[in-house]
Design a protein around this ligand. Sequence first.
Ligand SMILES: [Zn+2]
Ligand SMILES: [Zn+2]
Length: 299
Amino acid sequence: MNKLQYEKCQEEITRCNRLYQGFSDASSFISAVCSAAYEYFKAHPVKSLPVYDQDEAEESIRAGRSLALNPPLNSKAVVRLLKSFGEAIAKANPKLKATVKEMNNYLDQFLHDSPEELGREDIFNLQDSMIKDTELEEDLATFLFSFLIYSFYRQYLQTISEVLRTDLWEGGDCPLCGAKPHYGLLRSEDGAKQLQCWTCGTQWLHTRIKCPFCDNTDMEKLGFFTVEDNEKVRVNYCQKCCQYYKIFDARKFHADGDVVLAIHNLASLTHDLLARREGFTPGSGLEWVNKDEIIEAQD
Ligand SMILES: [Zn+2]
Ligand SMILES: [Zn+2]
């Protein structure tokens, strides 16, 4: 996360405080983690990857193949950033002190036996094993790890993302890194559906009546729900693959230019809970709900 990305995040937190009821409790927590990421990268800057061969990139996009760029992350850097997130969350919420201590011990041990570099799968495996072996809860783990990946990838891939011919892309997954989306928006100027990658921030237009996960276009099996008094957030679901993603209606909050949807996503996690309770799973694989919360409702 560089200075500009940091400032945008903080601005978005301010906007979301105004837009989403009940977000202000969580927002200072999120803001603390954003600040930790900013301070970390100020001390340990990372360089954007050099621009990919543009002709090759265009050919791949035209052929419907994501570039699927997944730069490996340095293990030490991953652990250092996670520890600085830990410090920030323990400060923002002292109840988490014991969990953070346990996380730090776990991470030290992990670093001891881990390879020098970690691929995206390795990072997910680390997340899973920490949920299993420490007090770290699933929703908090998803927040910390997705923010970690976003912070690195956003910087590594930004230069390529800016020149990528996303206008030629019709797929549901990210044309640049291949991740499956968790959210998108309806553009304020024309209501077009634009997906935004939670991993690298790349944005691309996607047919409105189409599931990004299974390409289903059967209107009968696609739908969305909103919650009363909050038309800004839609949970788009597909009854064919039983998965969901969230769409933010930017026409309802008159946002111009870039919107940091990662923050809107955090401000509307109650919608993820509702989607899970309706029996849909996140097509992105990002689990924002603890299992006991889903079961509670079914009792
Ligand atoms: Zn991406
Ligand atoms: Zn589907």
